[in-house]
Design a protein around this ligand. Structure first.
Ligand code: SF4
Length: 235
């Protein structure tokens, strides 16, 4: 069945706690959209894009109207929404009525984005917090695709963004520090997160990154869900 322009491709809606970033531990409704414009090699939500050229409504995602989504989200007794993907900002036009209605119900709205899609003025207005995660060369995505100056500058200017970097080693760290300097990201808005999908690797990289955060004034975030549940969906 064909998706209409007012419908959104939704992969899952579920209640959990935010597992990464500045709001870690906050009970949250997760709304996950389909499609991504990048192909990060270590992506742990490949089910949102790996099949996108041949994707089908009802199989890879559900086509949902604004009414459907608001109804699903507000069934949970929870005031924090995490809009994630894929890359949710690919769907800004049909998303706006959803977010506006949730805002009217006093929901706090977080958006997780890879920082390559420019947010509209309306989106900047309605969203409370952007978790921007610019990709480095460890993603194996072409630099021209993963870094868009005008977009990252808009997020820095918005003062609603936190910048989360996935780090594996010293080489990654040097690259991250160069980006932070190049885009004038305030150190107190930078969050370092270890890359990994098993707790042994995350613990080892995490201990090293905590020392870097102490030294440079960055924040550290673990990957709470991987550590508690492993690499699973919908938890
Ligand atoms: S931007 Fe995010 S969702 Fe898209 S491929 Fe990279 S890690 Fe996966």
């Amino acid at each position: 069945m064909q998706r209409t322009e007012n419908e959104l491709p939704i992969v899952e809606v579920f209640l959990s706690v935010q597992g990464e970033g500045i709001n870690i531990g906050t009970p949250s409704v997760f709304l996950r959209t389909y499609f991504c414009n990048l192909t990060c090699t270590w992506c742990d939500t490949k089910y949102t894009w790996l099949n996108q050229d041949r994707s089908k409504a009802g199989i890879d995602y559900q086509s949902m109207t604004a009414e459907d989504i608001v109804s699903r989200v507000t069934k949970f007794d929870c005031k924090n929404l995490v809009l994630t993907g894929g890359e949710p900002l690919l769907h800004q036009r049909p998303l706006l009525p959803v977010l506006s209605r949730l805002k009217e119900r006093d929901m706090h709205i977080e958006v997780e984005t890879n920082g390559t899609v420019p947010p509209s003025e309306e989106m900047l207005d309605v969203v409370d917090l952007f978790n921007v995660s610019p990709k480095t060369s460890n993603s194996l995505v072409d630099k021209r695709l993963r870094l868009r100056r005008v977009v990252l500058e808009a997020f820095v200017t918005s003062q609603k963004a936190w910048f989360k970097f996935v780090v594996r080693d010293q080489h990654d760290l040097l690259e991250v520090e160069s980006l932070i300097s190049d885009f004038s990201m305030p150190a107190e808005r930078v969050i370092l997160m270890p890359e990994g999908t098993d707790s042994v690797v995350l613990n080892e990289r995490g201990r090293w990154l905590i020392e870097i955060c102490k030294e440079k004034g960055f924040r550290f975030t673990p990957r709470l869900h991987i550590m508690l549940f492993g690499n699973r969906r919908g938890v």
